[in-house]
Write a protein that binds this ligand. Sequence first.
Ligand SMILES: NC(=O)c1ccc[n+]([C@@H]2O[C@H](COP(=O)([O-])OP(=O)(O)OC[C@H]3O[C@@H](n4cnc5c(N)ncnc54)[C@H](O)[C@@H]3O)[C@@H](O)[C@H]2O)c1
Length: 467
Amino acid sequence: MDRRDFIKQASLGLAGAGFIGSSLANMLPAGLTGRKYSSLMAGNMSGRAAPKLETVRIGLIGIGNRGSGAVNRLPRIEGVQITAICDIETDRAEKAKAELDATVHRPRLYSGRADSWKALCDSDDVDLVYICTPWDQHAEQSVYAMEQGKHVGVELPAAKTIDECWQLVETSEKTGQHCMMLGNTCYDFFEMMVMNMAHQGFLGEIVHGEGAYIHDLMDLNFSETYYHDLWRLRENSERNGLLYPPHAIGPMSKLMNINCGDRMDYLVSVSGNDFMMADRARELADENDLWKPFVGKNYRGNMNTTTIRTQKGRTIMIQHDVTSPRPYTRIYLVSGTKGTAQKWPMPARISTSHTGWLDDEAMKELETKYTPEITKRVGDMARQVGGHGGMDTIMDWRLIDCLRNGLPLEIDVYDAALWSAIAPLTEQSVANRSASVDIPDFTRGAWETNKPVMDIQLEQGGTTKII
Ligand SMILES: NC(=O)c1ccc[n+]([C@@H]2O[C@H](COP(=O)([O-])OP(=O)(O)OC[C@H]3O[C@@H](n4cnc5c(N)ncnc54)[C@H](O)[C@@H]3O)[C@@H](O)[C@H]2O)c1
């Protein structure tokens, strides 16, 4: 019996004993941490709540570009206490600590070694480990944190291999700790409005979606200092596929109720050639030896296009291009039997026929009708605090609000595993002349009965303030 069969069997056993699928199973008793639960196994984490935390004590790992944004945003949320920060580069951790020491937060500092983050996860004054390190560390740090009885918020993607994706699922199910991938684009304003329209039937049956991560990172990838130890250049020089799927796939999955009503079945992925990165590496290496290891590498194609088919017969097309000189786009197109929404190129538009897009007045009416409660409640404050126009703050706020109200997290470990798995699956497809590749069902069949948990109308919770 392999690991997956064992888990499946054990889950069935728990289901038989009434632990899974009952409302009781969706609430861990207050005061018991995941670590204490490890021998029992929490089972299906979809829709599962953890005990309420009035104050959420956060330990941050990785205070680079993204982590320093979190250091600014998180203290603006009621009930947050930043108790620990860690970065392998001591000056970064010290700078963040100095900023926080000037406020009500007095974080402990963990630094100096590649594994200093373990001590942060071991400490008993942390409830949530918030991870903003390079991609190849995410799964190991998330698994370790959950095993120490901590919830996890982890940057995109949560894992790099299919095996790591299963490790996340199995650890979350075993410990009962949440593992949320920090999918900020699920909380962007237009995306949430369109989700509301879709769920209320305005777009009819959803037929097809498109998303992308088209973001010119050429200069940043070849900057000597921007990314720690050139981690992002290494990723782009060693793998060929759609390397960064969650921005595109996240909001589409939430809108289509993937993992809770539908599931991704298979994908085909096509990469073109690399037309730019190898040339840039060669040019730079003529001047500076730093770039010599990046000459002659097998860079990912400039453009990758991947198409996914869902079990219910919908299609999702996603693209990835981080070098071509194009304006930023995540496309975000949703096509239904009664209408279409498309965000990029801006301005975002809606249509209900083949004749064209609705005019400004009609758009205003739709906004009035379909702006969800979450935007009404915290949208203005989130815009003030910022973070990609406010969506980062809304995401952080809802994460903390759910933990404080003892609600299930809206992006769960199955989403983290699935959205991350798309990258290695596209690598497999690209390596095999774009052959179709099956997409694992990380819910092990529970997608058929799981209920959607993203609650943009704030039927529950929504009580936390942004300050
Ligand atoms: N959601 C978004 O919109 C968004 C935007 C930017 C970046 N990201 C993601 O955030 C993550 C970090 O990206 P970034 O741009 O901040 O990179 P970065 O290189 O600026 O930051 C990474 C930080 O991790 C630290 N670090 C590396 N190894 C460590 C270790 N073993 N222990 C402790 N600290 C360690 C580095 O010193 C650095 O400060 C990536 O996953 C990236 O994809 C997400």
